[in-house]
Write a protein that binds this ligand. Structure first.
Ligand code: HEC
Length: 138
């Protein structure tokens, strides 16, 4: 009986040791701030290549300015669904989708079915952290 307890203790110590080791490994690879930077860079690239023709983070263009958009849309799921395929929500007569579509003169937004939720999060991260460059703010 005693040896079983010892074995169990040893196993849990090994398990705990491995866990904390892998956790510290990760933080050694990429500190949090660096990870945030990478996410924003990817988001910026995606935004500029796919959304920038019609959207600006803080200016209305063909489509509305997008900073803070996650807070005004019905839900995160709605946001993913809209960006992947706005037509689906319009077909379902989703109230928010219909209203925003009307407001923007029934301009059809491009669908991006290939974007993953993670990529959409990266785009949103870039938009929400967008700030006016200090030179043009003066
Ligand atoms: C061809 C122009 C066009 C492109 C490209 C485009 N959008 Fe849009 N977007 C619009 C328009 C116009 C609207 C307003 C709703 C409508 O008319 O369909 C809109 C609405 C939205 C909304 C809802 C805004 C609100 O106020 O609730 C979100 C979110 C959005 N777009 C995100 C994106 C993202 C992210 C991309 C890039 C992956 C993108 N859009 C690319 C034109 C575009």
């Amino acid at each position: 009986m005693k040896s079983i307890v010892t074995l169990f203790l040893l196993l849990s110590i090994t398990f705990l040791a491995c866990q904390s080791e892998s956790a510290s490994d990760k933080s050694a690879e990429a500190p949090k701030s660096m990870l945030a930077d990478q996410t924003q860079t990817k988001g910026k690239e995606l935004f500029q290549s796919k959304c920038g023709i019609c959207h600006h983070p803080i200016k209305d263009m063909t489509g509305p300015s997008l900073k803070g958009v996650a807070e005004r849309v019905p839900s995160k799921e709605w946001l993913y669904q809209w960006i992947k395929n706005p037509a689906t929500l319009l077909d379902q007569q989703d109230a928010y989708a219909m209203a925003v579509y009307e407001k923007w003169n029934k301009t059809t937004m491009t669908a991006y079915p290939d974007l993953s939720n993670e990529q959409i999060d990266q785009i949103m991260n870039y938009i929400d952290n967008f700030e006016i460059p200090s030179s043009s703010a003066q």
